[in-house]
Design a protein. Structure first.
Length: 247
């Protein structure tokens, strides 16, 4: 599934962009795109706090209040990994756009072939590093989609599972830790392992394995079961070697 956001303050432009995207993905049905549209860039940024980031952002530049360049700057500041395509009526912002590592810059009005070329560039990136997501059912039945690479570890607390992310936490209200490991194993086989009862850790997030705890890349620690040091270390290094081989 690809999460795609369209941010443009003009409804007719939103509709045209979405139509072009829908036509493109009609030839790429395996991508399973899910679209979200925003007419206000500030509301779009607020949505990132609630629902997480997007894989692809189709972003207008000239908008009231805060322009698309400033939106992209904020996204990069947050270290979101969105592929950004700027769409605007002028080429004067192109230098700023590519300084923000934009995938493409389209000047309106654009043709379908121009849009397809921009999307091909984005999809070529994903072909080499396909995004993998898991959906959490948070408090109040709200769905939250998270890139598995952003998960540091998951901790069981009562009947809830707390996913600790790079900059925040997310509470899963419905599934057991066992069920979550089953789903993660389908998405990213072997990447998440249990160092002790009540914990799942993203092995890509581990910096060092100590006798009693794991030290993660953010500086936080996860407990390691008593007597599990050698077994977990062997499992961890086997995973690292398998990743290097796949790379």
């Amino acid at each position: 599934m690809l999460r795609i956001a369209i941010c443009d303050d003009l409804p007719d432009q939103q509709a045209q962009i979405k139509s072009a995207a829908a036509q493109y993905f009609s030839a790429h049905p395996d991508a399973q795109p899910v679209f979200s549209t925003y007419g206000n860039p500030l509301l779009f940024l607020e949505s990132l706090d609630k629902a997480g980031g997007f894989d692809i952002l189709l972003l207008d530049v000239c908008m009231p209040g805060i322009d698309g360049i400033q939106v992209a700057q904020e996204i990069r500041r947050r270290k979101e990994k969105s592929e950004i395509i700027f769409l605007t009526t002028s080429d004067e912002f192109a230098v700023d756009a590519f300084a923000l590592k934009a995938a493409h810059y389209l000047v309106k009005p654009f043709t379908q072939s121009q849009f397809d070329e921009a999307m091909d560039r984005v999809m070529a990136h994903f072909a080499g590093d396909a995004p993998r997501h898991i959906t959490f059912y948070t408090e109040g039945g709200v769905l939250r989609t998270v890139n598995v690479e952003d998960i540091l570890y998951i901790e069981s607390s009562g009947h809830q599972q707390i996913a600790h992310l790079e900059r925040e936490s997310c509470t899963e209200m419905r599934r057991s830790l066992f069920r979550m490991q089953e789903e993660l194993d389908k998405i990213c086989p072997g990447q998440f392992s249990s160092p002790c009862k009540g914990y799942l850790v993203n092995q890509k997030a581990i910096r060092t394995v100590g006798p009693k705890e794991l030290h993660l890349r953010t500086g936080c620690t996860v407990p390691l079961a008593r007597g599990a040091f050698h077994e977990f270390s062997d499992h961890y290094f086997a995973y690292l070697f398998s990743e290097e081989g796949n790379g």
